[in-house]
Design a protein around this ligand. Structure first.
Ligand SMILES: [Zn+2]
Length: 427
C-alpha cells in the first residue's frame, strides 16, 4: 500500500455564496506572520534559487498569497481560481466551472484576493471585469542572518513539474467534472534523492521567515476567514513552493502581531493604531476568527477530505499495518495494470479491495437535448433532468456536422446499476 501524493478537496458548486464587495469602511491593518518550515523547502525563481534580501533569504509575496488563497478558497467553498492554470486550454471548457462575475457578485475569496474574469461574452464582445482584492502580501524574509540554504539534487527536470491531468483522467475527473481543489499530502520528511541531474537550492528544516499582510476594508467575516487560512490549528499545516510530491515545503504559520487601524479616525487622529502582540494576540485572534463560520474555529468539519489533506501526520497513517505508508506517485506499470481505478478519498492505493460489482446499463428510451453554447473546443448541451453535458468537437466535426445554439439533438437515456444516469448523443 502507498499514498498518492495529491488528492482533491471537493467543491460544492451549487452553494458558492456570493455578494457584492465593499470598497470602503470595514477593517484595515497589518498582520505580521512567522512561517517555519517543517521539511526542507524550495520556493525559488527560474534559476532554482531563493530570492536574496541582503545577507538574508527571501520568499516572494506572490507565492505566499497563492498559498493563502488556495486555503481560503477550500475552507470557504469559494469559486475555484487556482486550478485552471494547471489544466490545459482544452480542459477549461470541459470542466464547466462557474466563476464569479460582476452580475452575481463575488465569493469571499475573490472579495479578499481579487479576481479578473474575461470570459463573459455579450453580443459577441468579450467583456472583462476585475476586482483588485483587499490584501497585499509582502515578501517574507528569513529571521536568522546565518545561511539557511543548501544545495539539493533532483532526478531531472520532470521532478518539479506536475503530472498531466489528461494522462490520469480517472484521478482528476468524476463525470467530466474536476473532482475539486488539488492539494498535496504532508510527508513526515522530505524524500530527496542523494544525487541527480537537477540542482536546486533548498532551505533546511526549521528555517523561519517573517512577513506582513496589509489589509484594507475587510468585513469581519472576510478578516475572520483570512486569519483562519493563515493560522491552521495544531496538527494541520500548509505546503509551500515546488517539489510538494517529494515532501518539500511543509510549514506552519503563526500570527505574532496585529496592527489595527481605526478606520473612522484614520484621518483625524494619530493614535488610532491598535497594536496587539505577545500574550494578547491569541485571544484576540480567536475573537476575530469567530466572525467567520458562525463562531466555529477552522471549519474543516464540512470537508473531511480537506482535513485529511492538511494533516501533518498523514504518512503515519498505516491503517493497522506496521510501518508508515510511503507517499509516492504510482509507476507507469501501476497505471497500466490499474487503468480504471479511481483515486480513493483517502489517497491510499493498492489497498486490499473487494472487486467492484460490474456496472450494467439499462436503457430508458430517447429524449431531446438542446445546444446551449458552441465553444472553441466543443459544445455544451442542455440534457434532460436539467443536466449539462459536453460534446467534444472532433465527435461531430469528423462527421461533417455543424451545431448551432438552440438546435435540438436526440439522446439515448439510460441508467447504470448504481443509479447513475447516462446519456448518449445520437449523431
Ligand atoms: Zn470567486
Amino acid at each position: 500500500m502507498f499514498i498518492n501524493p495529491y488528492n482533491f478537496a471537493a467543491i460544492d458548486e451549487e452553494n458558492v455564496a456570493r455578494e457584492q464587495a465593499i470598497r470602503y469602511g470595514g477593517k484595515s491593518g497589518v498582520i505580521t506572520v512567522t512561517l517555519r518550515f517543517l521539511t526542507e523547502a524550495h520556493v525559488g525563481d527560474g534559476n532554482r534559487k531563493f530570492m536574496k534580501v541582503g545577507a538574508k533569504t527571501g520568499i516572494y509575496g506572490s507565492s505566499l498569497k497563492g498559498l493563502l488563497r488556495a486555503t481560503a478558497e477550500a475552507i470557504s467553498n469559494s469559486c475555484i481560481s487556482m486550478i485552471s492554470d494547471e489544466l490545459s486550454g482544452s480542459l477549461k471548457d470541459d470542466i464547466l466551472i462557474k466563476k464569479c462575475d460582476k452580475d452575481n457578485g463575488l465569493c469571499i475569496a475573490c472579495r479578499i484576493f481579487g479576481t479578473t474574469v474575461k470570459n463573459s461574452i455579450i453580443n459577441d464582445e468579450e467583456e472583462s471585469f476585475s476586482f483588485a482584492g483587499k490584501i497585499k502580501v509582502m515578501d517574507a524574509v528569513s529571521v536568522d542572518t546565518r545561511k539557511i540554504t543548501k544545495d539539493a539534487y533532483l532526478q531531472n527536470e520532470h521532478s518539479l513539474s506536475s503530472p498531466k491531468p489528461l494522462r490520469h483522467r480517472i484521478f482528476y475527473f468524476d463525470n467530466n467534472k474536476i473532482k475539486g481543489r488539488k492539494f498535496y499530502y504532508h510527508h513526515k520528511k522530505a524524500n530527496l534523492p542523494q544525487r541527480g541531474e537537477l540542482k536546486i537550492e533548498v532551505v533546511s528544516e526549521n528555517s523561519e521567515f517573517e512577513f506582513e499582510i496589509h489589509y484594507n476594508s475587510l468585513t469581519d467575516k472576510e478578516l475572520g476567514l483570512l486569519i483562519q487560512s493563515i493560522e491552521l490549528k495544531d496538527g494541520f499545516g500548509h505546503k509551500l513552493g515546488m517539489g510538494k510530491p517529494l515532501g518539500l515545503g511543509s510549514c506552519k504559520m503563526r500570527i505574532i502581531r496585529l496592527k489595527e487601524l481605526n478606520s473612522k479616525d484614520r484621518y483625524s487622529k494619530l493614535d488610532s493604531v491598535n497594536e496587539i502582540e505577545g500574550k494578547e494576540i491569541e485571544k484576540h485572534i480567536e475573537g476575530l476568527t469567530k466572525s467567520y463560520a458562525n463562531g466555529k474555529a477552522l471549519d474543516l468539519s464540512r470537508n473531511s477530505q480537506l482535513k485529511d489533506l492538511l494533516r501533518l501526520d498523514k504518512s503515519q497513517n498505516n491503517n493497522g499495518s506496521p510501518g508508515a505508508l510511503q507517499i509516492k506517485y504510482p509507476s507507469q506499470n501501476w497505471f497500466s495494470a490499474n487503468k480504471n481505478v479511481p483515486l480513493p478519498p483517502d489517497g491510499i492505493l493498492d489497498k486490499p479491495r473487494t472487486p467492484p460489482t460490474k456496472k450494467t446499463e439499462k436503457l430508458q428510451g430517447k429524449a431531446k437535448a438542446t445546444v446551449d453554447e458552441v465553444k472553441e473546443f466543443g459544445t455544451v448541451l442542455n440534457l434532460p433532468d436539467n443536466k449539462k453535458g459536453y460534446l467534444s468537437k472532433d465527435k461531430y466535426e469528423s462527421k461533417g456536422i455543424e451545431l448551432k445554439k438552440g438546435q435540438s439533438l436526440e439522446v439515448t437515456v439510460g441508467e447504470f446499476s448504481d443509479n447513475s444516469k447516462m446519456y448518449i448523443c445520437n449523431l
